[in-house]
Design a protein around this ligand. Structure first.
Ligand code: SER
Length: 317
């Protein structure tokens, strides 16, 4: 039986991934960890411990003691925050990954690692529409540079040491359970909360900024499917493109207005506009579909209905 370690379990992806993994592997086999306290359902649903991935001794001790065979390393400083503290973000994003790769190389029981990359690996010289898996990559953000370097390290550890590390280039992830923090695509979550709370939203990106987005249930399915895939089917050992839907703030607002007719949006682009302007509008994920069966099941309309319903419920309680 696999024992699974999730690092960053209190975050936007972690909080939902832990719940899903516990359903599949059994609560006692999924060890949720974070540097901060997790929400009640994570704490009550199975083992949780404070763990700092930057502390390599604590990390290796934890992994050996709990006979961990799979690691999901989700802790990172996102794009907007990374621009404010470049050297710190670089250190956190890179050193944490290197600690994980080293542990996976050294501890034989560790069979698989998941580490998220991002559409931020692309840059202004990358083709914007239907961005290919393999293309020009010249990211101009600290976050993007750290993710691209991370991809190269993953590929290196796979080729050199046989570490089975698997990765997805997540687009913007939209969810209602745990809010993201410090990212450029965060507007696509904030907009739903503000629509319900105030009936209006001031967006930090301009109305026509198209970015690829994915609803969290699709992202969680994709993550677990990639981890469960037969190793021999995987042809990419850096990170796989996953597309989702290409959406602009204006399109999102229009969709919300179908449910909340009086909803208004205004635009006041900040420093994150410059980040978004270097990222793809849409992504070609053909290789993910072929290699491990990626599928997107939620479109903008279906997702918006669920987001509004769930956030309304959440705010009421
Ligand atoms: N959602 C992330 C961000 O905006 C991109 O990976 O930083």
């Amino acid at each position: 039986m696999d024992n699974i370690l999730v690092i960053g379990a209190a975050g936007q992806i972690g909080s939902e991934l832990v719940a899903e993994l516990r359903k599949i592997y059994g609560s006692s086999h999924v060890f949720a960890t974070d540097i901060k306290q997790a929400p009640p359902d994570i704490l009550e649903g199975g083992p949780f411990q404070i763990l700092d991935v930057m502390d390599d001794k604590q990390l290796i001790h934890f992994i050996i003691r709990h006979k961990i065979s799979q690691i999901y390393h989700l802790a990172a400083v996102l794009s907007g925050n990374a621009e404010k503290l470049p050297t710190q973000a670089w250190r956190i994003n890179m050193d944490s990954l290197m600690n994980i790769l080293e542990v996976a190389k050294m501890v034989e029981e560790v069979k698989k690692v998941f580490w998220p990359s991002s559409i931020a690996v692309f840059g202004p010289t990358t083709p914007r529409q239907n961005t290919p898996q393999l293309t020009v990559m010249e990211p101009v953000t600290v976050y993007g540079i750290s993710k691209l370097a991370g991809e190269r390290w993953c590929d290196y550890y796979f080729n050199k040491f046989g570490v089975d590390v698997r990765s997805l280039r997540y687009p913007g992830l939209i969810s209602y359970k745990t809010e993201p923090g410090g990212g450029t695509t965060d507007y696509a979550v904030e907009i739903y909360y503000e629509a319900i709370r105030n009936g209006n939203y001031e967006c930090f990106l301009n109305e026509s900024t198209a970015l690829p987005m994915l609803f969290m249930p699709d992202a969680i399915d994709a993550t677990i499917n990639l981890m469960e895939a037969d190793r021999s089917n995987l042809t990419i050992h850096s990170s796989y493109n996953v597309g989702g839907m290409s959406v602009t703030p204006a399109e999102l607002a229009r969709e919300i207005r179908k449910h909340i007719p009086g909803f208004t949006i205004s635009y006041n682009p900040d420093f994150r506009q410059a980040i978004a302007d270097t990222w793809p509008h849409s992504v070609d994920d053909t290789i993910s579909r072929v290699d491990w069966g990626f599928e997107q099941t939620y479109d903008l309309s279906k997702m918006t209905g669920i987001m509004l319903k769930e956030i309304r419920e959440k705010i009421k309680n």
